[in-house]
Design a protein around this ligand. Structure first.
Ligand code: ATP
Length: 203
């Protein structure tokens, strides 16, 4: 039976890598929340709202959103000391959810056996409501942090971004299934494969 499996986990836990590997083995559609997040920034209605919220400086000379500048603004603090990320999320999250729903319907009508929805802030944003199951990918903190720093993040960026998401314990509690990604990637891929196959057959 067609099912939407939402994949969550900490930063650098292996969500994208494990999901990508499974799409090469099963007829499933991978929907990448990060990609949709970038795509909605090209919508004129979204651009208008963002400029109203954050000012013209977030635009480049062509009138497109300059993601680097927007990033600096949303990770800076407001008067109460909170990052302005929430203001961005209020504008873009509803549009990301619409796009998710559209892509899920496309996968359904294309006779895929299901969808893997990879979104770090699935639970925080409420997108989990469009999932049939939630899968948590568990990877030791040290390995996750090393992956983030290898990406060019500073220690401070790592801390700030970790703090902006739910705790791992909270995410794990909401999950229907936990994947142990403390060993080799192949082992994690196998666990997701087996679970997905079971859900697509009898879900
Ligand atoms: P984010 O939420 O930040 O987008 P993510 O959860 O999607 O991260 P990935 O980008 O898939 O994480 O993985 C982070 C890095 O860790 C990648 O370079 C990936 O290849 C590596 N990685 C993930 N799991 C393992 C593993 N079990 N063994 C070795 N490397 C791994």
């Amino acid at each position: 039976m067609f099912a939407v499996l939402g994949v969550v986990g900490g930063i650098g836990s292996g969500k994208s890598t494990v999901c990508r590997a499974v799409t090469e083995l099963l007829p499933v559609t991978l929907i990448d929340g990060d990609r949709l997040g970038h795509e909605v920034l090209t919508e004129s209605a979204v651009i208008e709202k963002l400029v109203r919220q954050f000012g013209q400086t977030i635009l480049d000379t062509e009138g497109r959103i300059d993601r680097k500048t927007l990033g600096k603004v949303v990770w800076s603090n407001d008067e109460s000391g909170f990052p302005r990320l929430k203001e961005l999320e209020q504008i873009v999250h509803p549009r990301i959810q619409e796009r998710m729903k559209t892509e899920i319907e496309l996968a359904r009508t294309s006779h895929q056996c299901g969808v893997l929805l990879d979104a770090a802030v699935m639970l925080e944003s409420g997108w989990s409501q469009i999932c049939d199951r939630i899968i948590f990918i568990d990877r030791p903190d040290q390995a996750r942090k090393a992956a983030a720093l290898a990406r060019g993040w500073s220690e401070q960026q790592w801390i700030q971004r970790e703090q902006s998401q739910w705790t791992l314990a909270d995410k794990k509690t909401k999950a229907d299934f936990v994947i142990d990604n403390s060993g080799g990637l192949e082992l994690a891929v196998r666990q997701l494969m087996d679970y997905a196959q079971q859900e697509f057959q009898w879900g």
